[in-house]
Design a protein around this ligand. Structure first.
Ligand code: IPD
Length: 273
């Protein structure tokens, strides 16, 4: 299986790097966008082009592989996760940043086999940050192996989270409650505007935990394996096992930190993918 994953990964990596050129053409922002589920859930032609590039390139090499893609889902393709090799794609994670020219967006590509993420690529071409991981082979930023931090207590943790892309009042109330909790109990709060890059920061040891309610499988598939290969954990924000289709995530540098944070969070349960 390792040889097969290495082969799949090598093909995917070249495609992601080349698709990154579509993003770097717009380092100052991309003002041409459309609305999706709300006035802050946005899509550009670049999102669509990156996703098409990845799906056509991977299909040409691996015709039996399946796909779950953010923009395909928006076009009405159902999110079906089987045991077959499935590429889970967020073509531009941090689309709002991309539109504004805030240099914190990335391509996020995860490979899931038997419902477990086995390879992941998170690539921010604007600042040339390439996070990668393959099952059992560690996590890397460019050529350097990375590890999560040693932090085990919320009181000493730098914690990132996101408000997400909905204006739903109940969801926003929970976001504010959790923000208040972090500001009063943790070392600090961060939000970088991309779920995948938040997870990459935990893998890097730059932040100690990240949680969000309302994300989708494509936001977190690559981050899941990258965090775990860097020595961290991904769980459900209420403390149970991670479920990639649940639209809920909490990742952290250790199980202790993850469980302590989970016990302190106000919970929100969006509709599943
Ligand atoms: C979004 C970003 C954002 C997160 C949202 C995601 P997109 O992804 O990751 O940080 O808060 O939940 O939907 O729409 O930019 O691909």
């Amino acid at each position: 299986m390792t040889d097969a994953i290495d082969e799949y990964f090598a093909v995917a990596l070249e495609l992601v790097k080349s698709a990154g050129n579509l993003i770097t053409d717009y380092t100052s922002g991309c003002k041409d966008f459309k609305l999706k589920s709300s006035d802050i859930d946005l899509v550009t032609e670049i999102d669509k082009k990156v996703e098409e590039t990845l799906i056509s390139g991977l299909t040409a090499k691996f015709p039996d592989h399946k796909f779950i893609g953010e923009e395909s889902a928006f076009e009405g393709v159902k999110c079906i996760l089987t045991d077959e090799p499935t590429w889970i794609i967020d073509p531009v994670d941090g689309t709002l940043n991309f539109i504004h020219g805030y240099p914190s967006s990335c391509i996020s590509l995860g490979l899931v086999i038997n419902k477990e993420a086995v390879a992941g690529i998170i690539y921010n071409p604007i600042v040339n940050q390439l996070f990668t991981a393959k099952k059992g082979q560690g996590a890397y930023l460019n050529d350097r192996q990375i590890h999560v931090s040693q932090v085990k207590d919320v009181s000493k943790a730098l914690i990132s989270f996101e408000a997400g892309t909905t204006r739903d009042e109940e969801k926003q109330r929970i976001v504010f409650e959790n923000f208040k909790m972090i500001v009063t109990k943790a070392h600090g709060a961060r939000t970088v505007g991309s779920a995948a890059l938040n997870m990459a920061m935990v893998a890097l040891g730059g932040s100690d935990a990240y949680f969000e309610f309302g994300i989708h499988a494509w936001d977190i598939a690559a981050g899941d394996i990258i965090v775990r290969e860097a020595g961290g954990v991904c769980i459900d924000p209420a403390g149970g096992p991670f479920d990639i289709l649940s639209r809920r995530v909490l990742c952290a540098s250790s199980q202790e930190l993850a469980q302590e944070l989970a016990s302190m969070l106000h919970q929100y349960y969006p509709e599943r993918d």
